[in-house]
Design a binder for this molecule. Sequence first.
Ligand code: HEM
Length: 445
Amino acid sequence: MNYPPGPSNLLLGFDTIRGFGRDPLHYLTQLSAKYDSDLIYYRLGPIDGYMVKTPQLVYEVLVKQAKKFQKWYRQKEVFGKFDGDGLVNSDGDFWRRQRKLVQPAFHTQRLHRYADAMVTYTEQMIAAWQGKTIQLPIQHTMSDLTRKIVTKTLFNADVSSESNLIGEIIQVLQEMAFREMRMPFSLPDWLPLPHKQRERDAIHTIDQIILRIIAERRQSGEDYGDLLSMLLMAKDDTGQGMSDQQARDEAMTLFIAGHETTATALAWTWYLIAGHPQVEARLIAEIDAIGARPLTFADLPQLSYTLMVFKESMRLYPPTWMFPREVAEDVEIGGYLLKKGALIHIPVYQIHHDPRYFREPTLFNPDRFAPECEDQIVPYSYFPFGGGPRVCIGNGFALMEAQLILATVLQKARLRLAPDQGAPELQPLIVLQPKGDLQMIVEPR
Ligand code: HEM
């Protein structure tokens, strides 16, 4: 078989496995720099691995030949324990049906309702700062805020008292999942090991809370205006809705997918704004032009520079820095035959930093996303939300949330990097985080 260029496959790709194990982000950057080819090949033990390097090939995988690819089996194995057959993990006809059922929860009329929760919780966070100058870890602070917002928009008030508990449990589960993803196989869940027991207890607690809420909702039959109501009301073409278990899986999926990503993107955005006073000045001018009142959904068109800043921040620091696909049936891309079972890495971070698509790629320049320039961006060279049929279902939600949070904070405060905070190191976990968080100073305006 004819393979594209790539590193040595000695000892079933031992060096490659080590490279990915040590620092997958850095390793993909190294590979990308070393091999001047649109497709790179490596062995990962018994598996054929490929990295796509051009927007054209990203398009092939995510859009044109999307049906020939599926979610990676390890991803399903590990995350399936928490979010079951939710949208992120499912494939084929089952996924298609679920996607149709969940989609209405993200229609513009519904997003409208979530805007108020986004502003209210941000204002509560600011009120807790009491107009003082304080230092805080920004990743953690944003994560706390977006978790409260997703809890409110997903479950309305039902779990406000349990929100912290759910958040903590999910944090534990995510850390466990990430550790497990880096291992070549999973140990059976029933093994009497302490961490397996913790995992089982965590899943059981979450299940109890969510299934209880679903039962209460089914009984009342009311529309609470939240995401869960939409999931429970949705019907497919045959008039069938979701089972309780399926609604639980989708609720869990939205909870997990819906806060850490946005929180991380916001943390990086605050970092970038703090280092670019002209950008901050333009943002403040845009926000002050609206006034000091609480922002609403209707203000979003006036926050266009805020949106440009956020988009550019996700170019430099895409929360989903890489995502995998598995070849579901033999497929030809880039002139090579990829066999069923091969693993493809789609390196969002590396493509976002490729000078062929972004001039001076390391420069923070929100004007790249000015309406007249955005049209010139090569399709699929910028794709923080993925693309094709499996594009992030929450992208409109996330962009709106980011605009409202950034603007609401900047109405009242400015953020600076703490004096002893050095340049942040990148930590490529499930999302691309600043290692050890980022200490920032909040000053009232
Ligand atoms: C800045 C924030 C966000 C980023 C960067 C992001 C990124 C992504 C990416 C790259 C994918 C595609 C993954 C793949 O194709 O394998 C995805 C899928 C998904 N995202 Fe997001 N996401 C964000 C926010 C959200 C929010 C707020 C929600 C829900 C409230 C959400 C829910 C989902 C779901 C359910 C999927 C799976 C869709 C499917 O396969 O049909 N995401 N996201």
